[in-house]
Write a protein that binds this ligand. Structure first.
Ligand SMILES: [Zn+2]
Length: 127
């Protein structure tokens, strides 16, 4: 059995940049990559395997690709992010505006373990 991955060994800045490049091209989408441990530790992103490309917010689909637990965790993160965005970005909106935020995220998993992710968002304004 392989040892559990120690995320302290990983160069997060590298992966933030790399995953961010993919996120830049997403529109209301979630992209999920798998990487093997060796490539992860060597910062080699040449062999990223796309294991999912789904609509932003489709956590059922996310769960079917990874697990319910991962889907729940990431859903929670995305909801917190959405709330923050709404607080900052809907400052000038009327109380109770119905602006919608779509969180684009590229996730990186290694041996079914979450490694890192990079997010952006698309906003649909409505007043
Ligand atoms: Zn708003």
């Amino acid at each position: 059995m392989s040892e559990k991955l120690n995320l302290d060994d990983i160069d997060i800045d590298y992966w933030t940049f790399d995953l961010g490049g993919f996120t830049d091209n997403l529109y209301k989408e979630i992209l999920i990559f798998n990487i093997n441990k060796e490539d992860l530790l060597n910062e080699n992103s040449d062999n990223l395997e796309e294991i999912g490309r789904i609509d932003a917010g489709d956590w059922d689909a996310f769960a079917s690709i990874l697990s319910q637990k991962e889907a729940d965790l990431n859903k929670e993160e995305a909801e917190l992010y959405t709330e923050e965005l709404k607080e900052d970005d809907c400052d000038d909106c009327e109380e109770g505006c119905t602006c919608e935020y779509f969180i684009n995220t590229t996730y990186l998993y290694c041996e079914n373990q979450y490694v890192h992710s990079a997010s952006s968002y698309d906003k649909e304004e409505s007043y």
